[in-house]
Design a binder for this molecule. Structure first.
Ligand SMILES: Cc1cc2nc3c(=O)[nH]c(=O)nc-3n(C[C@H](O)[C@H](O)[C@H](O)COP(=O)(O)OP(=O)(O)OC[C@H]3O[C@@H](n4cnc5c(N)ncnc54)[C@H](O)[C@@H]3O)c2cc1C
Length: 520
């Protein structure tokens, strides 16, 4: 993806795009992908970096949602299981089959989870990832060496998918770019353009890097801004009521030794009725999550002290090696873009977890809610509105069969896996110039070559883009990320032809962000 070239395409006079998508998270990317699969022309603008919002802050599960099954939301689970299967097929380099174990402490739990997960297996049909089964106490301890053993009767194993959320977003953005989409990060929508009938005909954007405004004309404009959806709805209609209720979920990242194996732990009902996940991810362990109503939509939400305590206390109740604040390598928070509850209520339980496509009187199409796993179906449902909005015909969606950028049936192991078929190209860079094989940090596998790759081909613009979303080290070990920021900034400055001032500004920006991921 070449940002300079993509910005130039905005200068083409008289161009009318079929779709202008606002937001470069899972929802916007799903819309762009589906529209491109039907031969429509697409421009997508993201005000920060791709997946800077909620889409890089998930639990990293490609899942049907076992807990929604318990809540009786059968259709949602059916749909998600189908999408789970497709995602694992289309992006084997960024996803994998992850076994989960629910430790069993009562006979009732054994019955409940064994039956529930058999139904989950059956619902996945051919796309099932593995059979769920009851395992003995001995095997549970073997597979989860650090699980609480007191009162343990065994475990129920089931399978879901796991993924690298931000790198998947990038891979989809690159796929869209290859299909002819014009993908732009650091490009913010400031206004909606309307005709004299009050119908939307385009967007006004600001290139935050080149500091220039552009008008983009489009037959359909899509608001895929997650927790920021109301801001766009208010650009359309200043008196628009609140439709989104942000609900925060935090995760703590600790060393993998706290679980001691490769299987994930899932507690369907903690003492206060929530779900707890302890999932191995990129050689660390992700613990989460919470569900806390927040009033403001923020790009960089912060974990509350009570959320941190809750996750540590709950994890400690089920693990024999108990994590404390000093063990936390990174803390990250994300906001669920849930549909706002009815007036007067603040209970998240009453808020729908499925997605909604809303067409406003002005023809602005908003996609809200949903989850990462179903991003493609959300896109398809949104693009289905194209004929109604534009009066033009469209073909059938083909997005379910598209393989994502970097697809390879046999990805390499370790951190190279996420690059898929590009891994060899980066390794060739190192072969040609061994200096590029230098590690950015002695304890992590990331190399100088990957920084160059990210700048050249993955539209990385800021130091944070590299350390948070291209290499994920900010999410894995925030202090380590801070320590390598100067090296990354120097290299980027050289590539962009920037001076010391740029380096200092970048480092100060990154430090402010990274400090939010470090527990004091
Ligand atoms: C804690 C947590 C855990 C989760 N775990 C999972 C999970 O394990 N599996 C799963 O399937 N789902 C999970 N989800 C759900 C999933 O992450 C979200 O549903 C999804 O990421 C939302 O994507 P989005 O594109 O709607 O929003 P976002 O990712 O927030 O994207 C919206 C984008 O719009 C941009 N934007 C806003 N205003 C403008 C503007 N004016 N101009 C241009 N761009 C703009 C923002 O910068 C942002 O990048 C989780 C969610 C949370 C909060």
């Amino acid at each position: 993806m070449d940002r300079v070239k993509n910005i130039e395409k905005l200068e083409e006079t008289g161009k009318i795009w079929d779709l202008a998508v606002i937001g470069g998270g899972a929802s916007g990317l799903g819309v762009a992908l589906d529209a491109l699969s039907r031969g429509l022309s697409v421009v997508l603008v993201e005000k920060a970096d791709f997946a800077k919002g909620t889409s890089s802050r998930s639990t990293k599960l490609v899942h049907g949602g076992v807990r929604y099954l318990a809540q009786g939301d059968v259709m949602l689970v059916f749909e998600a299981l189908k999408e789970r299967g497709r995602l694992l097929k289309n992006a084997p380099h960024l996803t994998h089959n992850q076994p989960f174990i629910i430790p069993i402490y009562t006979f009732f739990d054994k019955l409940q989870y064994s039956v529930g997960l058999k139904i989950y297996d059956w619902m996945a049909g051919k796309l099932r990832l593995g059979k769920s089964k009851f395992i003995t106490k001995g095997e549970t301890i073997k597979r989860l060496p650090k699980v609480k053993q007191e009162g343990l009767k065994g475990g129920v194993v089931y399978h879901d998918g796991q993924f690298d959320d931000a790198r998947l977003a990038l891979s989809i953005a690159m796929t869209c770019n290859e299909l002819g989409g014009n993908m732009l990060n650091y490009t913010k929508v400031n206004a909606l353009i309307k005709n004299n009938k009050g119908k939307i005909t385009g967007i006004q954007v600001r290139d935050l890097i080149g500091k220039k405004n552009y008008q983009i004309k489009a037959n359909m404009v899509i608001n895929a801004t997650g927790v920021f959806a109301d801001k766009i709805l208010q650009l359309d209609q200043p008196s628009a009521p609140k439709s989104i209720q942000p609900s925060q979920g935090i995760h703590l990242v600790v060393d993998q030794s706290f679980i001691g194996g490769k299987d994930a732990l899932m507690i369907p009902k903690t003492t206060d009725g929530r779900v707890l996940f302890a999932v191995p991810w990129q050689d660390k362990l992700v613990l989460g999550t919470t569900d806390t109503i927040r009033q403001k939509a923020k790009l960089e939400p912060e974990a509350l002290a009570k959320e941190i305590d809750f996750v540590l206390e709950t994890a400690s109740a089920y693990l024999t090696k108990k994590p404390t604040k000093s063990d936390v390598l990174s803390v990250y928070a994300g906001l669920r873009p849930l549909a706002a509850p009815k007036e007067g209520s603040t209970k998240t339980k009453e808020i729908s977890r499925s997605h909604k496509v809303i067409v406003s009187d002005s023809n602005l199409v908003s996609i809200t809610g949903g989850k990462w796993t179903t991003f493609r179906k959300m896109g398809e449902d949104t693009v289905n509105q194209f004929s109604k909005v534009s009066g033009k015909s469209i073909g059938k969606s083909q997005s379910a069969g598209i393989k994502y950028h970097g697809y390879t049936e046999h990805p390499q192991e370790g951190h190279w896996k996420g690059y898929g078929s590009n891994a060899e190209k980066i390794q060739k860079m190192i072969q040609d110039d061994p200096k590029l094989g230098e590690l950015l940090h002695s304890e992590y596998p990331y190399t100088l070559a990957e920084v160059i790759w990210a700048v050249k081909y993955e539209m990385a613009i800021k130091v944070e883009d590299i350390l948070a979303r291209r290499l994920r080290i900010l999410f894995l070990d925030a202090k380590a990320a801070k320590s390598i920021a100067p090296k990354v900034a120097q290299l980027m400055a050289k590539m962009f032809g920037k001076n010391e001032d740029w380096i200092n500004e970048e480092l100060s920006d990154f430090e402010k962000t990274a400090n939010k991921y470090i527990l004091k």
